[in-house]
Design a protein around this ligand. Structure first.
Ligand code: HEC
Ligand code: HEC
Ligand code: HEC
Length: 190
């Protein structure tokens, strides 16, 4: 009897240091900038493998510090995608959402929204950077008419959360970064 109890105590003492580790977050190193690990198009529930088919145990997260920044020090998400550092899934479970016919159209045109005030440069609206994340019907026709110059966009409206302000200042880069939108130098004065 005594032997059994002594053994049990010994086992518990041996396990204690291991058990005290439970509950602490795992101590991952940030993914190194030169090794973005998202080149793998992995299906949910499957292991990530390198090009030789070997399971790659590196974490799937990239610390924000390794993502490119814009002139204001915010993460430049558009560049993070175009540099191939991130590749967002179309949905949480990885399935392609069913799109309406009007959302299957392709359009990558840049649109210049002429500035109404001479002291501000014109605004360049890049479709490509947006359709990477959004479907057409997110913006058309509720937020913007599908015709350049047809929507009466104003800066005040944007600051009140309309037009570009539906997203910018909320989920996309903030409007205090004026020249990320007002990026087109005008050749002539009007
Ligand atoms: C998310 C994009 C975006 C950002 C950021 C942005 N603007 Fe605008 N702004 C627009 C658009 C679009 C228009 C409408 C077209 C035009 O008049 O240039 C506009 C219009 C304007 C106008 C013209 C007059 C008016 O009221 O419509 C002024 C002045 C202006 N913005 C100033 C600013 C200033 C100052 C900042 C930074 C504090 C800023 N904008 C940041 C998109 C933006
Ligand atoms: C983030 C918002 C947004 C999304 C998403 C978006 N657009 Fe647009 N689109 C605009 C804006 C802003 C304009 C200019 C409207 C204006 O000036 O009144 C525009 C204009 C257009 C125009 C008119 C171009 C011209 O020269 O007259 C077409 C065509 C168009 N979009 C097609 C699409 C298609 C197709 C998709 C999906 C692949 C799409 N857009 C997604 C914001 C968006
Ligand atoms: C429905 C949401 C939505 C609307 C409306 C919207 N944007 Fe954006 N925009 C985004 C998202 C999301 C991004 C990518 C994330 C980021 O850069 O913060 C983005 C990025 C951008 C970029 C950066 C592109 C690059 O290559 O760096 C510009 C410029 C921009 N938007 C301008 C505009 C202007 C101008 C308008 C209004 C005419 C507008 N956006 C309306 C969601 C929107």
């Amino acid at each position: 009897m005594f032997v059994v109890r002594a053994l049990a105590i010994a086992v518990i003492l041996l396990l204690l240091p291991a058990m005290s580790n439970c509950g602490e977050p795992p101590d991952f190193d940030a993914a190194p900038a030169d090794r973005p690990n998202l080149e793998h198009k992995r299906k949910p529930g499957e292991f990530k493998r390198n090009k030789y088919g070997v399971i790659d145990p590196s974490p799937d997260v990239i610390s924000l510090q390794h993502l490119p920044k814009d002139s204001y020090g915010f993460v430049d998400w558009a560049k993070a995608i175009s540099d191939g550092l991130i590749s967002p899934q179309e949905s949480i479970n990885g399935a392609s959402p069913r799109l309406k016919p009007e959302d299957r159209e392709r359009f990558d045109g840049d649109i210049v929204l002429k500035s109404k005030k001479a002291f501000m440069p014109d605004v360049l609206f890049p479709h490509a950077a947006h359709t990477e994340w959004l479907k057409c019907s997110t913006c058309h026709p509720k937020i913007f008419r599908k015709k350049a110059g047809a929507t009466p966009v104003s800066m005040n409206g944007i600051w009140k959360g309309r037009f570009c302000g539906v997203c910018h200042d909320k989920v996309a880069f903030p409007t205090r970064n004026c020249f990320k939108c007002h990026s087109v130098k005008r050749e002539s004065k009007r």
